[in-house]
Design a binder for this molecule. Structure first.
Ligand code: 5RP
Length: 220
């Protein structure tokens, strides 16, 4: 008889990443539906005796970790993490775009604090060239100035609106999220530097070599 069991690729990637976590590690816990599978799998391993501490990148990952029995800590207490696991909206040529869940600022901080950064993604996230709109976390006071600066860089930024919430999405840090469309991003390193220089942008969602120093991508 044919085996008709469907493997969910997000689940496969998330669960594989969770297997890289060893006893006594301090683990960065990313945000999103793929990482959620990693967190749930880590929860099962904790129930079977694995000793870890998690640093969440969002309320979503903090709630999920707590529900799954993973003890949490902070970057103040553990400024160097052994490993961080996180998803991506798009991956191409050693660069990634993140922030689909509006969590990229904390995600970048956690990734930079980790000795190893594991990106978990299913095949649909892999592109030849990045062309996904770049999430920008923006101080509300600077919204219009940021739109103008992004236009000068050749992009079009729009404020992300809430679903089941009227008005703009507010990040876990209390800021707006703008999605900036640049079309094809042929030089992500350059755009990374340019966006980092814009006044009013707290952080952008392009992750390049600087952040991805020691990283691996698990793609299913
Ligand atoms: C959140 C992120 C997520 O990692 C990214 O949006 C991928 O999410 P998903 O695994 O649900 O597709 O960057 O800010």
């Amino acid at each position: 008889m044919k085996n008709t069991t469907q493997i969910n690729p997000k689940q496969a990637a998330g669960e594989k990443a969770a297997q890289l976590v060893k006893n006594n590690m301090v683990v960065g816990l990313g945000t999103g539906s793929t990482t959620a599978y990693a967190i749930k799998e880590l929860g099962k391993r904790v129930a079977s005796g694995l000793k870890i501490l998690g640093v969440p990148t969002s309320y979503q990952s903090a709630f999920l970790a707590t529900e799954n029995g993973i003890p949490l800590t902070t970057l103040d207490e553990h400024p160097v993490l052994d490993i961080a696991i996180d998803g991506a909206d798009q991956v191409a040529n050693f660069a990634a775009i993140k922030g689909g869940g509006a969590a990229h600022t904390r995600e970048k901080i956690v990734a930079l604090s980790a000795k190893k950064f594991i990106v978990v993604a299913d095949e649909s996230k892999v592109a030849e060239v990045l062309n996904h709109p770049v999430p920008l976390e923006v101080l509300p006071f600077a919204r219009k100035l940021v739109v103008k600066q992004v236009a000068k860089l050749g992009g079009k930024a729009v404020v992300r609106m809430g679903i089941n919430k009227d008005g703009p999405v507010i990040s876990d840090n209390g800021n707006f999220i703008l999605d900036a469309d640049f079309g094809e991003i042929n030089d992500p390193e350059l755009l990374d530097r340019e966006l980092s220089q814009c006044t009013g942008i707290v952080e952008h969602g392009i992750f390049t070599k600087g952040v991805l120093r020691a990283f691996a991508v698990i793609i299913t």
